[in-house]
Design a protein around this ligand. Sequence first.
Ligand code: RIB
Ligand code: CA
Length: 315
Amino acid sequence: MPVPIIIDCDPGHDDALAIMLAAGDPAVELLGITTVAGNQTLAKTTLNARRVCTVAGITGVPIAAGCAKPLVQALDVADDVHGASGLDGPRFPEPTVDAVPGHAVDLMYRILTGHPEPVTLVPTAPLTNIALLLTRHPDAATCIREIVLMGGSSERGNRTPAAEFNVRTDPEAADIVFRSGVPVTMCGLNVTHQALATPEVVARFERLGTDLGRICAELLTFFASTYRTLWGFPSPPLHDPVAVARVIDPDIVHCVEGNVVVELNGRYTRGATVVDLHRYTGRPVNAQVAVRLEADLFWDRMVAAVTVLGDRPSR
Ligand code: RIB
Ligand code: CA
């Protein structure tokens, strides 16, 4: 039986492919897409989610917009990474998929309480919506199977030397999630940097010969340009689909138990995830921490999902 999931995202190039993986792989059932401010403003991330669903032919999956800013600090978008639109590179047609009215937290709560079995939340963005859900609806925790998130790092950061973008954008929200008691799996930079979209990977999407395959290749090509400029990466790490892949097949993303806390006060380290994999601190296990990716299996599932979506007759 497919695992029911909700993706909470800030498209974002890698979020876009995470949505496609979730919609195109039979091991998961995408029940909803919620958006949050992060890579770009809420208006832009929501428009981009609509664009992705339009070009991928994803219909019947409700999209709802959530929080327009982090819980405490100001929003600081990543236009240097994802461009002014948040999804620079391809030219997108006018979206034909609309967002539903109401707040993302209300959509998540409706889905969680209305679904016959617990639902997995897959946040691939700052955790503002998730923290608000857990705070406004504490009872929702019993309807959540687990939270499998892209964020944090057991090593260095990418927004600051110490902090990864999703956690650094809203540290208070991340702190709420890691302290919530809900089962959490953290897919941090230490594992997502193993998901490199090499030229060979880009060529696989181009060879599909579909509009969607071309759009994915163009997204990855733009993403590669900013990662090369900003960090000198020869190929960009496709962060967000790794969290979806963990739900699809846990054998693709290997995890170990650990304790994760979020630094809120460090002058130089605010937003860092302090990951204890060796019981140094005596703090209890509160997360599964992803440490190794089966990259070939990952890309096979990613390309297969885009193949399925791209081969469907256009609506
Ligand atoms: O640090 C990588 C994360 O930040 C990804 O989710 C990317 O989309 C950005 O949101
Ligand atoms: Ca993201």
